[in-house]
Design a protein around this ligand. Structure first.
Ligand SMILES: NC(=O)c1ccc[n+]([C@@H]2O[C@H](COP(=O)([O-])OP(=O)(O)OC[C@H]3O[C@@H](n4cnc5c(N)ncnc54)[C@H](O)[C@@H]3O)[C@@H](O)[C@H]2O)c1
Length: 316
């Protein structure tokens, strides 16, 4: 039985990936790790900074870890506030995970890249799997380097390291952690709370997005796919839908007609403008049968329902 470590387990993705993995391999076989403390019982958990190698080594050893989902990272917008801190956290953590995995014979790893690996010189529409990669954020630079390391560790050490270039992820369980696509989550919170939202990108900003359930299912499917079918050793383009900030507002207004959204672009607009609008993920669809299930109407309906239930629970 696999014994899995999930780093960054309290974040937007980790808080949904951990229960999904627990369902597959049993609660006791998934160990969450984060620099923060959980607010509730989420199963086995260790408080650890992944930039500290000795501490991380002890976690791997003490828990007999055989697989790692290495999620922890400083995201795009937060990373631009302190670029070298983002480099330190993202790269030193990855270096520790990879070096320890070799030392301790841990052969299977998942690590997410992002659409942020692309930059203004990449084609913005139908961005191919293989294209110019010249990111202009420090976050994107760390994703570019991380993808290179995935490829390097595969060739040098035969490591089975699998990766996805996630688009902006939309979810209700945990708030997003300082990315450029956070507006696509925040607008749902305000639709149900104040009915007013000031969006930090312009109304015509189009970015690739995905509902979290699709991202989690896709991640597990990639990890379960036959290794011989995986032709990409850096990171797979993975896509679901693309819409403008205004398209999203209009879809939410079908359910919440008195929602008012103003568009006041800030420094995050520049980051959004450097990223693709539509991703070509045909390689993922061909190699391991990737398919998304949530379109904009379905995603909007579920987000409003689930967030409504969450707020009602918090009140009672
Ligand atoms: N959420 C998205 O839309 C999105 C899109 C593309 C890629 N990704 C990638 O997916 C991964 C997870 O993203 P997320 O949205 O869950 O991020 P998040 O910011 O919500 O969560 C990251 C977690 O890592 C923890 N952490 C940070 N530094 C740490 C350290 N040094 N040691 C231990 N824990 C630390 C944080 O406390 C946090 O709980 C990241 O690699 C991110 O780049 C996310």
């Amino acid at each position: 039985m696999s014994k899995i470590l999930v780093t960054g387990s309290l974040g937007q993705i980790g808080s949904e990936l951990v229960p999904a993995l627990q369902k597959k391999v049993g609660k006791d076989n998934v160990v969450g790790l984060d620099i923060r403390e959980p607010k509730e019982d989420i199963g086995p958990f260790v408080n650890q900074n992944t930039t500290e190698r000795e501490g991380l080594k002890a976690v791997l050893k003490d828990n007999d870890i055989t697989q790692i989902y290495h999620l922890c990272s400083i995201l795009s917008a937060k990373g631009e506030l302190r670029p070298w801190q983002a480099w330190h956290v993202n790269m030193d953590s990855m270096r520790n995970v990879l070096a320890l995995a070799v030392d301790m014979d841990i052969k299977k790893i998942f690590w997410p890249s992002s659409i942020a690996v692309f930059g203004p010189t990449s084609p913005r529409n139908n961005t191919p799997q293989k294209t110019i990669i010249e990111p202009t954020t420090m976050y994107g630079v760390t994703k570019m380097a991380g993808e290179g390391l995935c490829n390097y560790y595969f060739h040098k050490y035969g490591m089975d390291i699998r990766s996805l270039r996630y688009p902006g992820l939309i979810s209700y369980k945990a708030p997003p952690g300082g990315g450029t696509t956070d507006y696509a989550v925040a607008v749902f919170y305000e639709a149900l709370k104040s009915k007013n939202y000031s969006c930090f990108v312009s109304k015509d900003t189009v970015l690739p997005m995905m509902y979290m359930d699709d991202a989690i299912r896709g991640t597990l499917e990639l990890m379960e796919a036959d290794k011989s079918k995986l032709s990409v050793k850096t990171s797979y383009n993975m896509s679901a839908l693309s819409f403008s900030a205004e398209d999203l507002t209009k879809e939410i207004q079908k359910h919440v007609p008195d929602l008012k959204v103003t568009y006041e672009p800030d420094e995050r607009q520049k980051i959004a403008d450097s990223w693709p609008q539509v991703i070509d993920d045909s390689r993922a669809r061909k190699d391991w049968d990737w398919k998304h299930e949530f379109d904009l109407p379905k995603l909007t309906k579920v987000m409003l329902e689930k967030l409504g239930e969450k707020f009602a629970k918090e009140k009672s």
